[in-house]
Design a protein around this ligand. Structure first.
Ligand code: IMP
Length: 433
């Protein structure tokens, strides 16, 4: 199995950073696909935290090739800051980073529009709760075939022409949304900044699709690192409360420009409970003290925006849906330790709607608002042994919880994480074997 895709099974923040970091031990190439600086991966290496937004979590293994696929939308300044942050830790010193020349560029006006729409949405009750990183507007420009790509940063005349054409259309929109259209001086500064960033990034850019294809051709291990989660997928998620890219496993092929026949395995990541950031349906959400407890115990605050994440019980129908959408071949269960100390742990096993039991959540927003989660409850457990190396090492109630989730999700576990550190992991199957 030389090509493995890792995806978040639900609404993102499932703990992909740690899992990708572990799998990278066996990978030669790690490819981030889709999205941009809306993602945030928190890695704890030897007790030190590193937060990445664009660079794949595999960065912590020097010498492994780290690729940003053509399907991404990249904020050049964020990327440069991140490269610098990695380099102060001795990472990315050997030319490991390759940014696809076809990836799109996020410019200040994308972020401006994203923020203005959210502000307006907050007044009308229609906000998506985006990260305000300009993701949606940059993908809109791409779909309209007006986007600025990484390759354009090396061509001053072309960049100027593209920015002018974009702003010609967007200035009225900015004003309509209550913003101030940028002055000519400001636009000139944006262009100068983008060109400077382009010069600094030039050494890291290239043909990402061919690079990945050659690696696969040589039989190297390639790991695709998804951002966000399957239910935030633009086509298949809880639209319109989704992000603007393909977050399901198929998005890896699309973004990196490889065929689906190359893929050997798809690993879904799910926490032992559920979280969501931003607006949108979340039927198993816990409000009040119960939700606060999970939030604090799990450190559930956005790595990108610092927003408190909404917390709730694990939603097995949503997990089944994510598994189906991405064709998951195994699952990694993370943050089991966060549930320690609860007297009882619940899991949504199905939904009831109009007298019928559903094994996946209804996708229509009105239906999901009416659907009633059906819960199963488990006795709680105390602190987990951080030295657990097998499910059999877990306290009996935690073991029963893990085994029931695995059975009801219908996908075998390849890993169970019992703490934030690399060592606090039960490894069951190597996705590359
Ligand atoms: P956008 O991707 O910034 O446009 O935000 C759209 C929706 O996706 C919002 O609900 C965000 O909170 C959510 N979102 C985007 N990126 C992430 C992520 O990495 N983790 C969790 N939620 C995310």
């Amino acid at each position: 199995m030389s090509v493995v895709i890792v995806v978040g099974a639900q609404w993102g923040d499932e703990g992909k950073g740690k899992v990708v970091d572990l799998f990278t031990e066996r990978a030669d190439v790690v490819v981030r696909y889709g999205g941009g600086a809306n993602a945030g991966h928190t890695l704890v290496i030897d007790g030190r935290k590193l937060v990445t937004h664009l660079v794949p979590s595999g960065v912590c293994h020097p010498g492994k090739s780290c690729v940003l696929g053509d399907g991404m939308v990249i904020d050049p300044q964020v990327l440069l800051d991140e490269i610098a942050q990695c380099q102060t830790r001795g990472l990315l010193m050997r030319g490991e980073l390759l940014v696809g020349l076809g990836a799109h560029v996020i410019l200040p006006y994308h972020k401006l529009i994203d923020g203005l729409r959210e502000d307006r949405g907050a007044q009308t009750g229609r906000a998506i709760g985006t990260t305000r990183r300009g993701i949606g507007p940059a993908y809109e420009a791409k779909a309209a075939r007006k986007g600025v790509r990484v390759r354009d940063l090396a061509k001053p005349a072309r960049l100027r022409e593209l920015v002018a054409a974009n702003l010609d259309e967007l200035a009225p929109l900015i004003a309509h949304l209550g913003g101030v259209a940028p002055s000519a001086q400001e636009v000139e500064r944006w262009i100068d900044d983008a060109l400077a960033a382009g010069r600094a990034l030039a050494q890291h850019t290239g043909d990402a699709s061919r690079h990945v294809a050659h690696a696969i051709g040589r039989g190297q291990h390639v790991l695709f690192e998804g951002a966000q989660g399957c239910l935030l997928d633009l086509d298949h998620g809880t639209y319109p409360y989704v992000t603007s890219s393909s977050t399901v496993a198929a998005g890896a092929c699309q973004s990196a420009g490889i065929g689906p026949t190359a893929v050997g395995a798809v690993v879904g990541i799910t926490k032992a409970y559920a979280t969501r950031v931003g607006a949108g349906p979340f039927p198993t959400e816990l409000h009040g003290e119960a939700g606060d407890r999970l939030r604090v115990a799990g450190g559930e605050f956005g790595a990108t925006t610092g927003r408190p994440r909404r917390c709730g019980w694990l939603d097995l129908p949503a997990l089944r849906m994510g598994a189906r959408l991405s064709g998951m071949t195994s699952l990694a269960l993370t943050k089991l330790d966060v549930l320690a100390g609860l007297s009882e742990v619940s899991v949504c096993v199905a939904y009831r709607l109009d007298g019928k039991e559903l094994d996946e959540p209804p996708i229509d927003l009105d239906d999901i608002a009416r659907a009633e989660p059906i819960y199963a409850s488990f006795p709680g457990w105390g602190t987990l042994p951080s030295a657990a190396r097998d499910v059999a090492d877990l306290p009996a109630p935690a073991r029963a919880y893990v085994e029931t989730i695995e059975r009801m999700a219908g996908v075998p576990f390849c890993l169970v994480s019992v703490g934030p550190d690399r060592s606090e992991t039960i490894r069951l199957r190597d996705p590359f074997s």
